[in-house]
Design a protein around this ligand. Structure first.
Ligand code: BG6
Length: 483
């Protein structure tokens, strides 16, 4: 079967992600005529309701920018949506299969936006109902498991029903425009690649800072924490794109083979090394954006050992990156929402300027992913003046604002790209089984080392950049976080 799948089933269709992201993204694709003319979208949740009640629960106007919402288009779009309750009983899967009917031959993409504990039972139910043949693909959101052992179980259960080439594991960071742009920056320019290694780069920083707190996600987040919620997936995907070898082409296997090699090269942490290479934190009360906010334990209603912040000093043990630290940090209730990658190049080998050249600094590249999308290269320039006592130098920014460069082009929701790739069958921006498992191996080494070393979770004030130990983690090496 060629061509895009004509039926999309969303499990977890009554959930938050479906309503905030998946339906608005499908609406945008529909409005731009990027979905097949005959598309059918089936939402599925635990509760029984009819099509009309389900359609009425989808508030597109609330989730879309004003200029995107058109009542007539929305009405047409909602007519494409049906509802079929599935709480786990086999007859419900059979009913779903009947609803799909002969559309099965024209391709069905199933999106599991459910708690991860339901991935295996859902997939098994689909298999028994005959909704798993060669014309069906399945997509699922992270987390795939809680550690390597449980992710193996989930992946085994899914692969028992769906071959790996029909399993699409979603990491929504890969749907972000600037994240994909990393590949173009590195491999579409001859300028940077010769320096993109241990000879040219001193260190790399990856920061994913959020201002939000627990956001009512108590049942999911507590006991999971920042390491598993953010580093295992989003942060390591960013690291893989920054550090991978050039793939032979943009073919899915070529790109994913290179990513997995990098993740496998991460040096495991041990009880002896983890203290100097990681910091865990949990926010206490404070203020974010001028508003007072409660501490994590207070939001939760009880004390907890879950980290809402983590900073790591990672090493990639391969030829390209030997000796180059990758400082990673992510946290909730930080002062600003900001995801960025900083590349600190090595200093010039010798300064020709008198007195060393006042102000001479190594070059820096900052790749901002959100909220702004831009790439900035700090280069040295001469300070205007007569320079009677030697040249005064200063850093100036070569600035590429992607939002200005692409002005007039709408920035799409990350899920739009991913949903379209799913129905068209392009797995490049999805995470392969071996990548997930390699990521868990590294994360497990950190968790186990934390347990063995009894590493504490330090408190930080909401609205700050995490515990002071996180600053010490990088400053011990003579560097500092970019803020
Ligand atoms: C999710 C995490 O995967 O990513 C959340 O579970 C986090 O805890 C979110 O808030 C961040 O996504 P974004 O796109 O807002 O950076």
């Amino acid at each position: 079967m060629a061509g895009p799948h004509q039926t999309i089933i969303i499990f977890g269709g009554t959930g938050d992600l479906a309503h905030r992201m998946l339906f608005p993204s499908l609406y945008n694709l529909f409005a731009d005529r990027l979905l097949p003319d005959d598309v059918l979208i089936i939402g599925s949740g635990r509760s029984e309701m009819d099509d009309e009640a389900f359609r009425a629960s989808i508030d597109l106007q609330k989730s879309l920018p004003e200029d995107r919402y058109h009542p007539d288009t929305a009405a047409d779009f909602l007519q494409r949506i049906r509802y079929s309750a599935v709480s786990g009983k086999q007859e419900e899967f059979t009913r779903l299969r009947d609803l799909v009917g002969d559309r099965l031959d024209r391709g069905v993409s199933v999106y599991l936006s459910t708690p991860p504990s339901l991935f295996a039972p859902m997939v098994e139910g689909l298999g028994r109902a005959g909704l798993s043949g060669p014309t069906v693909r399945v997509a699922m959101e992270k987390p795939i498991g809680q550690d390597l052992a449980s992710s193996l179980q989930v992946n085994d259960a899914v692969n028992a029903v769906f071959d790996e080439d029909r399993v699409f594991r979603v990491d929504h960071y890969l749907g972000k425009e600037t994240v994909q742009n990393l590949l173009v920056l590195r491999f579409g320019n001859a300028l940077f690649e010769p320096l993109w290694n241990a000879q040219g780069i001193e260190h790399v920083q990856i920061t994913v800072a959020e201002t939000v707190g627990l956001e009512g996600r108590v049942s999911y987040y507590d006991g999971v924490g920042a390491l598993k919620d953010m580093v295992q997936n989003h942060v390591l995907q960013l690291l893989a794109l920054v550090a991978m070898e050039p793939p032979a082409s943009m073919a899915p296997a070529a790109v994913r083979d290179e990513k997995v090699k990098v993740i496998r090269s991460l040096r495991a942490m041990t009880r002896e090394t983890v203290g100097a290479h990681s910091v865990r934190g949990q926010y206490g009360s404070g203020a974010v954006g001028g508003q007072p906010v409660k501490g994590y334990a207070e939001e939760l209603g009880r004390p907890s050992g879950t980290e809402t912040f983590v900073a790591l000093k990672a090493h990639i043990d391969n030829w390209r990156w030997a000796g180059v630290p990758f400082y990673l940090r992510t946290g909730k209730r930080m002062p600003v929402r900001s995801s960025e990658i900083l590349i600190k190049f090595r200093p010039v080998p010798h300064s020709i300027f008198a007195r060393g050249g006042k102000g001479l600094e190594p070059n820096t590249m900052i790749i901002r992913i959100q909220p702004q999308e831009n790439i900035q290269l700090q280069v040295m320039a001469k300070q205007p003046g007569l320079d009677r006592h030697g040249l005064n130098l200063r850093e100036v920014a070569l600035d590429v604002s992607l939002s200005t460069e692409a002005a007039g082009q709408r920035r799409r929701i990350a899920y739009e790209r991913l949903l379209l790739d799913l129905i068209e069958g392009d797995p490049t921006l999805f995470v392969r089984r071996d990548e997930v498992e390699a990521a868990w191996s590294w994360i497990d080494s950190i968790r186990e080392a934390w347990d063995q070393a009894g590493q504490e979770v330090r408190s930080y004030t909401a609205g700050t950049w995490g515990p002071s130990a996180a600053i010490a983690l990088i400053e011990r090496d003579g560097a500092s976080w970019h803020e």
